[in-house]
Design a protein around this ligand. Structure first.
Ligand code: IYT
Ligand code: CU
Ligand code: CU
Length: 359
């Protein structure tokens, strides 16, 4: 059975055909070749919505995939959410090399790796994977800066897009009602010079019982590219207090200057927000991030996938004005008790003070 988008939204079926579904995904992982040809140079809005699902378990994370037409390169330039906080707690849009499963929908919670059976991550194991968009709390439409797009499809490692919707409250589905939460993707086939990318900074590590820990990572940009940062997103679990990201550059006196890129309470909606400083990031700069995590439990807490665990992430969205995005996609450290910015071998100094309010 084909996905229901085309049936429920006849207006948009052509767009679906244009953007994505020269192949359309069907239930048991089979692909059906669609006979429509896409017009070159076209621009449009593709409805990437849940296929009328009726979730019955509270706090379900549901994923649905689309295969991007592999014969065409597309540029996603904006995201127009179709969701309300009455139904969806959050949504994430992933770019994947392979989807987590071949089903039309699957359970893809963070605990997916922890528990077995019927669950899988948004992207396939060892597949290319990046977050392109995040929504929470009735967030409005977002557009990338003018002329900037995420490249997907033919000339990109992003071969699939996967939409994850977190259904927190499911009472309204008891009567069999269905949901089509999702996002309209504004796209163009006109080649764009400026390509968007995301870099994910994070840590592993352990937080001792009843202790406030600083989880830090830093990496040098060694590729000869100029990055224009424009948005950031933070992620922790419930014990996160603050997450901050910085660009670190040595001045002519050899003093490291730390410029803040973003800083947030991670318990506010974990969307992408504008960076606090849009100056370019250059080869030789370091990117650094710190999470302040307060463990109020009488036991240690580790970095891990479940709510019993913690995470420490800072996503930086940037564009390059020519050429490809960074080969470096991740910047992870071992975290506490091993890695701190202040370790002698990091080469970092002039480290920002920790505000008393977060101690
Ligand atoms: C261990 C950890 O920090 N996991 C994060 C970051 C992460 C994101 C992606 C790890 C991998 C990825 O492919 I994309 I490997 C994490 O799971 N973060 C959550 C989502 O589950 C992605 C988040 O909301 O940022
Ligand atoms: Cu959520
Ligand atoms: Cu997490």
């Amino acid at each position: 059975m084909a996905r229901k988008i085309g049936i429920s939204m006849p207006c948009c079926y052509i767009l679906l055909v244009n953007l994505i579904s020269v192949y359309s995904l069907v239930d048991q992982g089979m692909y059906r070749r669609n006979s429509y040809e896409s017009a070159t140079g076209s621009t449009g809005s593709f409805p990437f919505l849940m296929p009328l699902v009726s979730p019955k378990t509270p706090d379900l994370y549901l994923c649905t995939p689309i295969k991007v037409d592999p014969t065409t390169t597309y540029y996603i330039v904006g995201f127009n959410p179709n969701a309300t906080m009455n139904t969806a707690h959050h949504m994430l849009l992933y770019g994947c090399g392979e989807p987590g499963t071949t089903k039309s929908t699957w359970n893809c919670g963070e605990m997916a790796q922890a528990t077995a059976e019927e669950k899988a991550s948004p992207c396939g194991p060892r597949s290319h994977s990046q977050i392109l968009y995040a929504w929470a709390r009735d967030a409005q439409k977002v557009s990338l800066p003018a002329g900037v797009g995420f490249k997907v499809g033919k000339d990109s490692p992003t071969k699939y897009l996967v939409l994850q919707v977190h259904y927190a409250h499911v009472d309204r589905f008891k009567d069999g009602s269905t949901d089509d939460s999702g996002v309209f993707l504004d796209y163009t086939e006109k080649p764009l010079q400026k390509l968007a990318g995301t870099l994910l900074l994070g840590t592993d590590g352990i937080i001792p019982a009843m202790k406030t820990e600083h989880m830090e990572s830093a990496c040098e940009i060694t590729e000869n590219k100029v990055l224009f940062p424009f948005a950031y997103r933070v992620h922790t679990h419930e014990m996160g207090k603050v997450v901050a990201g910085y660009r670190v550059r040595s001045n002519s006196e050899g003093i490291q200057e730390w410029v803040q890129l973003g800083k947030r309470d991670p318990l506010t909606p974990q969307m992408f927000y504008n960076v606090t400083n849009t100056e370019p990031i250059l080869s030789g700069d370091q990117l650094a991030m710190r999470c302040t995590i307060k463990n109020t439990r009488h036991r240690i807490t580790k970095i891990g996938p479940t709510n019993e665990d913690e995470m420490c992430n800072f996503y930086l969205m940037y564009y390059v004005d020519h050429g490809e995005t960074l080969d470096m996609k991740y910047c992870f450290s071992q975290g506490p008790p091993y890695y701190y910015w202040s370790n002698p071998d990091t080469g970092l100094h002039n480290i920002p003070h920790i505000e008393a309010s977060t101690l």
